[in-house]
Write a protein that binds this ligand. Structure first.
Ligand SMILES: Cc1cc2nc3c(=O)[nH]c(=O)nc-3n(C[C@H](O)[C@H](O)[C@H](O)COP(=O)(O)OP(=O)(O)OC[C@H]3O[C@@H](n4cnc5c(N)ncnc54)[C@H](O)[C@@H]3O)c2cc1C
Length: 448
């Protein structure tokens, strides 16, 4: 059977359809049978589907995704907004790629019910999709942000290509070259990166006392902030916006607690992502901050795997559950989940453990920042070593029980490989302490 699926004209093969009547609803519908169903068409879901195809030439594979697009790169969206690449270059797949791999892509539809006993997913548009193996790869969404007045204003959020289109327009039509950025993480830096070249003065509002506090100490936060202040960023520490009001000329009045009101041309918010677990709750699937898995990315219910930003997976290297929001991690998890799903159905291969040191890197106005591994020290159980020459680079190493768990590198990308190896191979750092604490030592040469 062949469907042309409007509006993307994605070619859908091999879906067996028959008339199906829902008892709970007053309509009839075609039901769809798959061997592998994937909820979420981002990098994790798409990689899983393609990996399954490499390992199972026959199985029926379907991806169900809320967005109205084939796979595109969220990582490249800032470059698109900055005008450094064309919109079409953000897309990583074409409809033909899915067709070639015989992967059925259902766009603009959403899983609304999962029945783990009957192995059925029901969608917003009324499809009933049967599965043998299910992957949950539904990612995260920006945390909501509301203050009095904000709901009637075009506040910029940044996750999808549609958000990027809207952001581009707002930059072009902003009535004033002043911008407010709320939040101090990677997305905050992406906003700054995008706005500065367009001539904006950026007011960055942080809840914390310094950028990336507490992951960074004061020296690290100041290293970043000093650099950005020289380029037109004004930091408002421990400050909260309490109301916004739109003016007739399109400008926005900003009132922050403890500050005089001022006027801006746009407001952009990047305060992290949240994982919506409603769909997965009450099914016997263990959820916490994300959907919990073992180190094979298996959920607590048989025949269900989890990959990408939604996964709270057991990290066999760090020996703890991790929740990571980054591209490479999502890609690698999609790959491992794909192998394991195919292995489980075909029985021809062994399942694979997910072992990967996560990293997230950004170039901000030619300053390079990399986060590697686990840099969280909420329990105050880690030893932290800071190494910097105060001018050109800054590094921070997180050590637990004599093993490196994570690192922050500013303008020290060359150390990534060696630090990654120390984490991955669980090498005792004792012999290397003199180098980790010496600002002039080359880690590459001394540790190798
Ligand atoms: C602007 C931006 C820049 C970034 N830059 C970087 C970077 O430089 N480096 C880096 O490492 N990471 C970066 N990231 C993070 C990275 O893009 C994500 O970690 C990664 O895309 C997560 O992939 P995923 O497949 O897990 O989830 P997603 O890409 O979020 O895909 C999940 C998909 O599932 C869909 N979905 C959700 N619920 C349902 C449902 N019920 N039914 C059907 N579909 C559903 C969603 O609509 C979405 O399309 C950036 C993110 C953004 C937004």
């Amino acid at each position: 059977m062949l469907f042309i699926y409007h509006p993307l004209h994605v070619i859908l093969h091999n879906i067996s359809a028959k008339s199906y009547t829902l008892t709970s609803k007053n309509y009839s519908m075609a039901d769809i049978h798959t061997d592998y169903l994937i909820i979420g068409g981002g990098i994790a879901g798409t990689t899983a589907a393609e990996t399954i195809r490499e390992h199972d030439g026959e199985g029926l594979i379907a991806i169900l995704t809320k967005e109205d697009q084939v796979l595109y790169s969220r990582v490249m969206l800032p470059e698109y907004i900055e005008g450094r690449i064309h919109r079409e270059n953000v897309f990583l797949r074409t409809a033909e790629d899915y067709a070639k791999n015989r992967i059925n892509l259902f766009v603009s539809d959403e899983a609304i019910v999962i029945d783990v006993v009957r192995k059925i997913v029901e969608t917003q548009k009324g499809k009933i999709i049967y599965f043998k193996k299910l992957l949950l790869a539904s990612g995260g969404t920006p945390k909501p942000w509301h203050v009095p007045g904000s709901d009637s204003l075009p506040i910029i959020r940044f996750q999808t290509i549609n958000d990027a289109d809207a952001f581009r327009k707002q930059i072009s039509y902003a009535p004033l070259k002043e911008a407010v950025v709320v939040g101090g993480g990677f997305i905050g830096l992406e906003y700054i990166n995008t706005l500065l070249p367009h001539g904006f003065t950026v007011h960055c509002f942080l809840q914390e006392s310094g950028y990336w506090h507490p992951y960074m100490d004061e020296t690290g936060s100041q290293f970043i902030e000093r650099y950005l202040m020289e380029r037109g960023v004004i930091f408002h520490h421990e400050r909260e916006i309490i109301s916004l009001a739109g003016n007739e000329d399109g400008t926005i009045n900003v009132q922050a607690r403890g500050e005089q009101a001022f006027i801006t041309g746009l407001v952009a918010v990047g305060i992290g992502i949240m994982r919506d677990l409603t769909l997965f709750t009450g099914l016997g699937i263990e959820v916490n901050r994300g959907i919990k898995t073992n180190s094979y990315l298996e959920a607590s219910v048989p025949d269900i795997w989890v990959a990408g930003d939604i996964a709270e997976y057991y990290d066999g290297i760090l020996e703890k559950y991790m929740l990571i929001g980054n591209w490479n991690n999502a890609f690698m998890q999609g790959y491992v989940a794909g192998i394991n799903m195919a292995a489980s159905l075909t029985g021809t291969e062994k399942k694979k453990e997910f072992r990967h040191v996560a990293s997230y890197a950004i170039d901000i106005q030619k300053m390079h920042v990399t986060f590697l591994g686990d840099i969280d020290d909420e329990a105050h159980e880690k030893e932290i070593i800071t190494r910097t020459d105060d001018k050109t680079y800054y590094e921070r190493f997180f050590i637990k029980n004599d093993f490196l768990t994570g690192a922050i590198m500013i303008n020290k990308f060359e150390d990534k490989t060696v630090l990654e190896r120390l984490i991955r191979d669980k090498v005792s750092v004792t012999p290397y302490r003199p180098y980790l604490t010496n600002p002039r030592a080359s880690l590459k040469e001394s540790i190798g």
